[in-house]
Design a protein around this ligand. Structure first.
Ligand code: NAD
Length: 269
């Protein structure tokens, strides 16, 4: 056992349960778990809910004691909850790993302010494959000029509530960084109807939803007469949980600051 005591907020969620399951293989102890006020999971044993058998940790709805007692808290919840959690992490000086997506500018500001007081790793995709893909896409975008149109296609399960996915947007950010432009200036999201011709230098997004797909992403570089397509397919949510737990391990003893999965895996950004 590494002895690292983790707290899981959103413990009854798809990712919360996966983190609980994978924490055993990562030799980490779950010291606390929360769910949203009013959740049907309150009072249940987090291990039992995740199919591990009872571990004696009941799901509560108060994040304060959780952040006060955990060595690190993992947050895969929803933007409003993550914002609140980041503020509590700053007060408690508790390291945090954030995987929540759909975060807006003001959420990111709150997280950045919290990271002045405690180390926070935030990534829209915590899998090792996608972390590497980001850096490959950045290099490709830097090498290929605007004769290559960049389009990003993603597919997720029918229950996903935000689009395009946080990963698709992060891949867009990586491509934009490679081209030394701001994504907000070139992003083309949600085409419908009489859209006009494609703008040179645009980075386009398309989101598909269906079934129980954990997450597929393809970045297409399309020029006249040739096309490069780079795809990552997640086979199981466990890959996100494993990466997040790796980050939880890595963040121990770090200085306050905002970190990425590149930092965790030692990949140049
Ligand atoms: P989910 O809806 O199954 O789980 C979210 C859980 O958070 C729910 O159980 C909900 O009740 C709980 N929650 C909401 N508010 C809360 C609060 N105030 N306190 C405690 N718990 C609260 O969703 P999911 O599929 O597990 O995904 C969660 C988030 O993680 C989404 O934003 C998703 O896009 C993101 N995600 C990120 C990655 C990654 O690699 N970074 C991978 C998968 C999912």
């Amino acid at each position: 056992m590494s002895g690292i005591g983790i707290g899981i907020v959103g413990a009854a969620g798809r990712m919360g349960q996966m983190l609980a399951r994978e924490s055993r293989a990562a030799s980490m102890r779950i010291v606390g778990a929360t769910e949203a006020p009013g959740s049907a999971a309150l009072g249940k044993d987090v291990g039992e809910l995740a199919g591990l058998g009872a571990i004696g940790v009941l799901i509560g709805d108060d994040p304060l004691p959780l952040f006060a007692s955990a060595d690190v808290v993992l947050d895969f919840t929803a933007p409003a909850a993550t914002r609140r959690h980041a503020e509590i992490a700053a007060q408690a000086k508790c390291p945090m790993v954030i995987g929540t997506t759909g975060l807006e500018e003001e959420d990111l500001d709150v997280i950045a302010r919290a990271a002045q007081h405690t180390p926070i790793m935030r990534a829209a995709n915590t899998s090792m494959g996608v972390t590497l893909l980001m850096s490959v896409i950045r290099q490709m975008a830097a090498s290929l000029d605007e004769d290559f149109d960049i389009e990003i296609v993603e597919m997720h399960h029918r229950l996903k509530v935000d689009a395009p996915s946080g990963t698709a947007l992060a891949l867009g950010e990586a491509a934009a960084a490679g081209r030394k432009v701001k994504l907000a200036r070139v992003a083309d999201r949600g085409r419908d109807g009489l859209t006009g011709q494609r703008k040179r230098g645009a980075i386009g997004f398309a989101a598909l939803r269906g079934g129980n797909v954990p997450g597929d992403h393809t970045v297409i570089f399309a020029a006249d007469d040739e096309r490069i397509e780079v795809t990552h397919r997640a086979g199981n949510r466990a890959i996100f949980a494993r990466g997040a737990l790796k980050a939880a391990h890595w963040i121990q003893g770090r200085k306050p600051g905002l970190y990425s999965m590149n930092d965790v895996l030692g990949i140049a950004g």
